[in-house]
Design a protein around this ligand. Structure first.
Ligand SMILES: [Fe+2]
Ligand SMILES: [Fe+2]
Length: 220
């Protein structure tokens, strides 16, 4: 782990591990888009590609979200999150997600992606809280403010603060991903979801829970 002054090392380490998920999300979406295409799920394919385009910067002046996040951590907290090595538990968690997408059934894969979008907002609130402990520019009270998010949207992406980046995800981007996917699923599959979807969803909840508990334990 790199030396970070004035920053509790365990929070830095957790942010470094979380960054791995931020990096991998567009790859999972790419895989889901291919699965949707193979199944003729046209609305799901369109929504997943819209989501991926957003991750790559379609609403942030072409700057990918991973870059905005790492830049904010570097500029405001002197944390070089890109240089962190993934711990084995993070590697296994991230690989297990791709394994599920590639090797399980299409509806299981859909449950995996839906779970990732559904958990993104509460997970970001945890990340925001961790950051708030060591960065006075980030306040948990302000991370869910629609009024502040409306002001954030007026700021060029090249000037977005870490707090603005987190807020835009919490009140806008991630809500849109979850609701957009929910609507697309209803259009393509109606009420015919099988138990496979639920199994895929639950597999993510369980492995994500394990991942966070492990990070909390080893970083103490
Ligand atoms: Fe994002
Ligand atoms: Fe998302």
């Amino acid at each position: 782990m790199p030396k970070v002054s004035n920053l509790p090392e365990y929070i830095a380490e957790i942010l470094g591990q979380y960054y791995g998920l931020v990096v991998e999300i567009p790859h999972y979406l790419s895989e889901m888009a291919m699965i949707a295409k193979s199944q003729g799920w046209v609305n799901i394919e369109r929504e997943v590609l819209r989501n991926r385009a957003e991750e790559y910067g379609s609403r942030t002046d072409g700057i990918p979200h991973r870059s905005l996040f790492s830049r904010g951590l570097r500029q405001e907290m002197h944390l070089e999150v890109e240089s962190f090595q993934r711990q084995t538990v993070t590697h296994n968690f991230l690989c297990s997600l791709m394994y599920s997408l590639v090797h399980k059934s299409p509806e299981f894969a859909l449950g995996v992606i839906y779970a990732l979008e559904d958990t993104a907002t509460p997970e970001l609130l945890v990340v925001g809280q961790l950051i708030s402990y060591i960065h006075e520019g980030v306040s948990v009270d302000n991370l869910s403010s629609n009024d502040l998010a409306a002001k954030d949207r007026q700021i060029p992406a090249s000037e977005l603060s870490l707090a603005s980046f987190l807020r835009m995800h919490i009140v806008d981007f991630e809500i849109g991903h979850r609701e957009g996917l929910k609507t697309a699923i209803a259009k393509d599959l109606g009420n015919t979801l099988s138990g496979e979807f639920l199994k895929g969803y639950q597999s993510v909840i369980q492995s994500m829970e394990d991942w966070w508990w492990y990070l909390a334990a080893v970083c103490e």
